[in-house]
Ligand binder design. Sequence first.
Ligand code: GLN
Length: 451
Amino acid sequence: AHLARIDAVDEKVHAFLHVDREGALAGARAVDDRRERGEKLGPLAGVPLALKDIFTTEGVPTTAGSKMLEGWIPPYDATVTRRLKEAGVVILGKTNMDEFAMGSSTENSAYGPTGNPWDLTRIPGGSGGGSSAAVTAHMAALAIGTDTGGSIRQPAAVTGTVGVKPTYGGVSRYGMIAFSSSLDQGGPCARTVLDAALLHEVLAGHDPRDSTSVDAPVPPVVQAARNGSVAGMRVGVVKEFRGEGYQAGVVQRFDEAVELLRELGAEVVEVSCPTFDKALAAYYLIAPSECSSNLARYDGLRYGLRTGDDGTRSAEAVTSLTREAGFGPEVKRRIMLGTYALSSGYYDAYYGSAQKVRTLITRDFERAFEQVDVLVSPTTPTTAFPLGERVDDPMAMYLADLCTIPSNLAGNAAMSLPCGLAPEDGLPVGLQIIAPAMADDRLYRVGAAVE
Ligand code: GLN
């Protein structure tokens, strides 16, 4: 049924870069066989899922939205891919994304943009717009995204779905193509809080193949999602996440959500996090710096694209020609920014300062969580903007992640879930919930209460 739905609507939406028809059917049959053999399977066995094209899949193309990896067939599965298969989740295919996850609209994909199923002339969010669109348009029951600065939560917000960035280190990064390693985190996309929790439980857990994987028990997310309640909880409203640049309808729906939390028995207080206004600046030094280092592996020699190798050119010349042809403009911009920020003489002024700001942001969160159990804010300042509107204005594009970036810098857990439609345009608004690191279950407890 899901493959038929993809056939019917994906020509218009363009959520998938690759549909693995045979793999999906074989996966579904394998679940039947396991069931017949009397194997006890988990709750997601047989459930079809769309996988962001940033996770390696053995024998199935993986591009990360880039020409640099066009035609590359990975020889191994990411830990996330492997865990999904073990749980009997059926992988339908790979979803569209901004090139190497750099963007907020999926317009930086080398394979063309994805439309928002609510209005195909608008963005589905980014970088994981293919995953959010697939879930929204019922082409997949579940999807996987990655969130470096908001790429799970912002697409969820603008498509009216649920997206969770687990605590940094909660889900393995092994086989997840690197953008900014100290920020990147994989997580679930779904239509309900409980669906997201069931998927979270499949993905999470220690992995010795990822040196930053947390070696601790997975927070009880499913139990929390089944027992939604905010009675007696303290909820902090982040003062800095409103004002100029916030759409009126977004603020209205957010205020109503806060009111609902109060009605349900939460104690709501205002919390100030004064260094959050520096988060965007710090992020756009740290993420490009790590990207410039991570993307050095695309040299046209080891794997992926190679251009200009006519037998006369040096390796350096081939690398240079390959990068010129293989990387899109946003990726080149980030590599240049990052290389500059890391160069000797500038390192302390830029990268060093950004790391100090990162520490201050983490302290703001620590102080806030001494007063409250969770923080809430709008997920994004605006609803889905029109395709094309911000492509020539990187600063405007970067602002889409204003409210999501602090959690990546601090490494804590955050969720976006729908909180109604903005009256002025009828488009979905997202409510962001933020919990301390390793308290991911609180997101689900609160999310299930207000859903
Ligand atoms: N939009 C942000 C960026 O372009 C975040 C992307 C992400 O979370 N992968 O870097």
